[in-house]
Each structure stands twice: as C-alpha cells, then as structure tokens.
Design a protein around this ligand. Sequence first.
Ligand code: FAD
Length: 370
Amino acid sequence: MSALREQVRAFASAAESALEAAPDEATAARLALELLASEDLFKHAVSVPGGDPVPVAALCDVRYELARSSGMLDVMFAMQGLGTCPLALGGSPDQCEGVLPGVLAGTDVAAFALTETEAGSDLSGVSTRAEATSGGWVLNGHKTFISNATLADVYTVLARTAGEPGDKEGLSMFLVRGDAPGIRVEGFEVMAPHPIGDVYFSDVELGAGALIGDEGAGMALALGTLGHFRTSVAAAACGMARRALDESLNHLRTRQQFGRPLSSFQGLRMDLAEMDTRLRAAELLVHEAAEAVGRGKTAVCEVARAKLFATETAGWICDRAVQHLGGLGVKRGQIVERLYREVRALRIYEGTSEVQKLILAKAALEDADS
Ligand SMILES: Cc1cc2nc3c(=O)[nH]c(=O)nc-3n(C[C@H](O)[C@H](O)[C@H](O)COP(=O)(O)OP(=O)(O)OC[C@H]3O[C@@H](n4cnc5c(N)ncnc54)[C@H](O)[C@@H]3O)c2cc1C
C-alpha cells in the first residue's frame, strides 16, 4: 500500500465513529470538512491552474480509503475538487485566487451544478439561462440533485448563453457565489447521508468576471471535469466493496451455525472467491484508467470501463455482504447496511452505468467499422 493510502486509512478509520455519531447530516458534513482540512487532504482533490493537475492516481487512492470508512468523508473530499475543477481547466487568475485558497483550506464549500429536471444524462437539455447585460450576466433557472447545495459558498454552474434546450452548443460555465441575491436552496434527503438539494436562480446578477473560460465552452469544461473525476468514483466504489468484503470475512469466520463457522460452508466460500476476484478486476480497471489519464490520454473508454465495472461490482459485493450477515445485515448501525445504501448512488452520478455502456458500445462499433 502507498504511503498516501496508509496515511488516509489511519485518518479515516479514526474519523469514522465521530462521523457516525454526528446528530444530523449537516453536522456530519461540516465535521468531515474540518477533519479533511486538518489532515491537509484537499490538495489531492483541488487542482491549481499553472501547477500540475492533481494526479488522478492520488485522487483515487484517497477516495478508496475515505470511502472504505465513510461515504460522507468521501463526498466532502470529492466535491471540493469537482466543484472547482472548471476553474482549474479554464478559470482566470482572478477567479482562481478568489476561490481556491478557501476551498483548499476547507473554509469554503464548493458545488458543481449541471443537472436539471429536464437535463440529466443528456446535458444538452440545460435550460438555465445566463443573459448578457451591460455589466455582466443575469442568471435564471433551476438545478437539481446538486451535492453540497445546502452548504455551498461557491458554485460552478452550467448555463445556456445561446440556443435552445436540446442544442449541444451554446452552454457556458459560470462561477456563482452562494450568497448572491436571488439564489434559493431547498435541501432534500437521499438514501445515504449526502448534503444535496435544488438550487433556484432568480435574476441573479453576475459580474462580467463570472464567466469561466470562453462563452460556449461550458460543455467542454463540464465533460473535462467529469473526465478527470469519473475514475475516482470507481475507486471510491472499490473502497466500499473492500470494506464490505472485510466485514463478510470477519463475520463468516466467527459466526457459528449448524455447529460450524459459516466460513466452512462451500456455498459461502464460493461467494467469497467471486467477491475477491471481481473486486481485484475492478481495482485493476481503476488502475489502468488512472494511469491512462495520468499519461495525458483522453482515455474515455478506460475511464468508462472502470466506472461501469467498479460501481456495478461494488453494488453486488455490498449486497452479498448484507446477505452474509443475515438479519444483522439490514440492521441500522451495521457497517454493511450503511455500505449497501452508500454505494448505490455511485452507479448513477457522474454518468450512469447506461451512459458508460453507450460510450463503450460506440467505441467498439467504431473500431469494428474501421
Ligand atoms: C447522490 C447524487 C448526487 C448527485 N450530485 C450531483 C451534482 O453534484 N451535480 C450535478 O449536476 N448532478 C448531480 N447528480 C445528478 C446526476 O448526475 C444525475 O442523476 C445523472 O446524471 C442521471 O440523470 P437523471 O437522474 O436525470 O436520470 P436520466 O438521465 O433521466 O436517466 C434515467 C435512467 O435512464 C437511463 N438512460 C438515460 N438515457 C439513456 C440512454 N440513451 N440509453 C439507455 N439508458 C438511458 C439512465 O442510465 C437512468 O438509468 C447527483 C445525483 C445523485 C443521485
């Protein structure tokens, strides 16, 4: 194990029980931010322009170990990077200097706002609109499923500056302060703790300096950000699966039924072998994708394979682990029960499994045609 993974494993293991004991989601999220900042981990998520981008391999190592102990630690770590990645890719020095130090220190919270009720897998449906004014822009629209919506000090927002919903062109990325007049946030709950909500923009006035990169570059900045982070979702899934397998092993070795440890029954041993092998395959795909992105390759297929296989596999492994614990597997407070809920969303956000399949099938068919 790398020194970074060892450091993060020790840190996350020590933080786990305090996070689980937090009285509510908002307190847990704030505590996670504080702990991550005190360990100086955000430097592995937040890229600074002019410097090298944060290596995807390090991002994956950190997320694997955080997710192994706490979904909340993983989300709060990843979102600081995801929310600011458009700045690293196309932000001006002024934008970066104004935002990145606070996000790196964990004093400011970042969010990344693409999704709308009519624009999920297909971002060309974005209808949030930024109209040019004499002094800058006015933003109107509604984003949904925005992680950190309820906490964010700064959003990167995909908005239409030309064309109509359905057009792939005409989208631009904006930097929006969370306290700007005209922003309203409504939080909601998902099946595992995760600060998230709807964000409504009503005549939000933005200065000319709010546009990130060029007008019309929004889709490229959004896809560039997802391309940089998607492999790390796969790594987080592997971390959760590793923990679930460890919990299974522990339980099957100690729980006795029919006068023998459960681990002596062949049916369960077959499961353990499958879980071990599928997890290893997922880890190798993550490694391959991280290496490819690290070499500066576009690596769309390597990344899609890792995201698809690791998140689906982790879902299956967490499900088997719940089964191995019997009734305890669904009891609140059990680690596998938590993992089962935490791992589910990873097959949906940052490109669903079906979207990864569309990417892979398109490439395979193009290869076959050439
Ligand atoms: C916990 C969580 C956190 C999130 N955080 C953020 C965030 O911070 N910022 C943000 O912008 N968004 C965020 N999202 C939104 C997420 O990115 C979207 O939910 C995701 O992109 C899917 O969009 P959708 O929900 O509209 O589903 P849809 O696009 O409506 O898809 C519904 C189903 O149809 C399938 N489908 C769609 N098109 C096809 C097709 N062509 N072929 C086959 N199947 C297809 C999908 O795979 C899915 O199974 C988050 C979501 C969750 C659950």
